[in-house]
Ligand binder design. Structure first.
Ligand code: PBG
Length: 326
């Protein structure tokens, strides 16, 4: 062994390091989440996510223009409604004049090269903040499926190019696939949040989207963070139901799940670096405790190295700028 094997030899200069580099992070791997709200010329900062705003559709289109100029893969849209516009069924989810529908149209014009993804879930539209229909304190599974299917069709009609269900009801992919096909959207792919864990790291998102559950929590439908084999079953089930792409969420705390999923399934695999992961990096950077650029790029690279082909991240614009300047 030593001194024959000296692994430092290929680390000695940047050209050598480049030659042996196994993983490369590109702007084209990244998808930017946008929170869209009714109104015009509106940019309302989200306190727990510095740099992230609730945007009106026109402002979302401006953000998308930048995303396109920086070479990002796409955007994923979430709706943010005032409390007065929410109800028990989440009717706003299928509103053809809602903020997400409006933003899809505006982004199609402003940034046609981006992939436009629509998150499909009821929690941003229900007055109780749960991802499904509620009865007697229970989140009903089968009764929620037609609501999700209706939302998916509404998003498709508004110009979404990928439908991304994040609710974690059983059977939602099949229900959405059936509804899309029946409405003439057979070519539209489904990106399933297949392995989505009940994570504390979604905290800042719920502030951004005003979607915290009014009672209880989401452990009755999102996955127990203790379970890895079950995550693979979730992915398998969604693929059998017709998912075209799958996602693991959160990303950083689930690198093992990503690696196992990558080894096991031959489908496009994504990861969502969620709001809490972003907030942690931002907070430490603002205190001067971490180098934001270095740590954000390292986290994203690690997610890619673990097996993700694309990453949803609030750092997408900055990361693309940093990668371009390197
Ligand atoms: C909606 C949804 C959530 C996230 C994405 N879609 C919140 C949740 O499940 O509570 C979280 C994203 C993030 O934290 O950045 N169901």
């Amino acid at each position: 062994m030593f001194p024959t094997i000296r692994l430092r030899r290929t680390r000695m200069t940047e050209p050598l390091r480049r030659l042996v580099r196994e993983t490369e992070l590109n702007a084209g791997d990244l998808v930017l989440p946008l929170f869209v709200t009714p109104g015009k010329k509106l940019r309302r900062p989200v306190p727990s996510m510095p740099g992230v705003c609730n945007l009106s559709a026109d402002e979302a289109a401006r953000e998308a223009e930048q995303a396109q100029a920086l070479g990002l893969a796409g955007v994923i849209l979430f709706g943010v409604l005032p409390e007065s516009a929410k109800d028990a069924r989440g009717s706003g989810a299928e509103d053809a004049r809602g903020p997400v529908a409006e933003a899809l149209g505006a982004i199609a014009k402003a940034a046609p090269e981006l992939v436009r993804m629509a998150d499909v879930c009821l929690c941003e539209y229900t007055d109780h903040g749960h991802c499904g229909i509620v009865k007697g304190g229970e989140i009903l599974n089968d009764e929620t499926l037609p609501r999700l299917a209706a939302m998916a069709v509404a998003m498709a009609k508004a110009g979404a190019q990928v439908i991304a269900p994040s609710d974690m009801m059983d059977g939602r992919v099949a229900a959405i696939r059936g509804a899309l096909d029946a409405a003439g959207f057979a070519p539209l792919p489904i990106l399933s949040y297949a392995a989505k864990f009940a994570s504390g790291f979604y905290g800042p998102f719920r502030e951004a989207a005003a979607s915290a559950p009014a009672f209880g929590d989401r452990r009755g439908y999102q996955m127990d963070p203790a379970n890895a084999r079950e995550a693979l079953r979730e992915i398998e089930a969604d693929l059998e139901e017709g998912a075209d792409l799958v996602m693991v969420k959160p990303a950083g705390p689930c690198l093992d799940i990503l690696a196992r999923a990558r080894a096991r399934f031959r489908v496009p695999l994504g990861a969502y670096q969620v709001s809490g992961e972003y907030a942690m990096l931002k907070a430490a950077a603002m205190k001067g405790w971490l180098d934001e650029k270095r740590c954000a790029l390292e986290s994203l690279l690690a997610i890619k190295r673990a097996g993700a082909e694309f990453i949803l991240t609030y750092h997408a614009l900055d990361a693309a700028r940093w990668l371009g300047a390197e």
